[in-house]
Write a protein that binds this ligand. Structure first.
Ligand code: DX5
Ligand code: ZN
Length: 219
């Protein structure tokens, strides 16, 4: 499978959100990555339902919603209504992760689990076959524009090995500090979906950067 690129609208200009959504529509991006932060699970607050619904009206690609919130079960149905296509919850925020995953599926979305940098991938062993996606955080969640944590490469490789046994169609997504400097190594390690916030929106030509990330040569 050709790898997927998901620009993060966290790095967009919120006063020109429609313009940035349309830039992504017209680009080679595959998904919109939508970062929801509650100020409790992470030390930052981003946006919620009204912003997601407003962006969804203009978006022509799936919404990959990354919930950095405590007790996500309370809000999963509302995120689905607001336009989420994929909903990813944090392993560290779910006491009954299996129940959260079933809830996401029951509202018609694809289900993902995110792991913080300190959380080992083997903890997903008994739920891996239920998942559509695992999101490996390559920075501590909360902010865009942080530095990539190199240990991520080992985690991706380990998860890829687990997935080959239990869930060969699993999407392995990497989030945080991804750009032209590391995407090739991440693809080689086994990742096949990439969030890019700062790399895209701080680029002189964001849609060209999306194309560069999409068309990176891995041979
Ligand atoms: C961080 C978010 C990321 C963030 C990535 O908590 O989950 O999705 O937007 O931004 P960059 O690519 O700038 O690290
Ligand atoms: Zn994210």
């Amino acid at each position: 499978m050709k790898h997927l690129i998901a620009p993060s609208i966290l790095s967009a200009d919120f006063a020109n959100l429609q313009r940035d959504v349309e830039m992504i529509n017209a680009s080679e991006a595959d998904w919109f990555h939508v970062d929801v932060m509650d100020g409790v699970f992470v030390p930052n607050i981003s946006f919620g339902f009204p912003v997601i619904s407003a962006a969804k009206k203009h978006a022509k690609k799936p919404f990959d919603v990354h919930l950095m919130i405590v007790d996500p079960d309370r809000y999963i149905p509302e995120f689905a209504k607001s336009g989420a296509d994929i909903i990813t919850v944090h392993y560290e925020a779910c006491t009954h992760l299996h129940r959260s995953i079933q809830l996401i599926k029951s509202v018609g979305c694809k289900a993902g689990v995110a792991l913080n940098p300190h959380t080992p991938v083997f903890l997903l062993k008994d739920i891996l076959s239920e998942l559509d996606l695992v999101l490996i955080m390559s920075v501590n969640p909360g902010f865009g524009g942080q530095k990539f944590i190199p240990q991520t490469l080992n985690k991706v490789a380990e998860l890829k090995e687990m997935a080959l046994l239990d869930n060969p169609n699993l999407i392995i997504e990497v989030d945080g500090g991804v750009g032209m400097q590391n995407i090739e190594a991440l693809i080689k390690a086994g990742a096949n979906a990439f969030v890019a916030g700062n790399a895209v929106f701080a680029a002189e030509n964001p849609s060209q950067m999306i194309a560069d990330l999409k068309n990176v040569d891995t041979n």
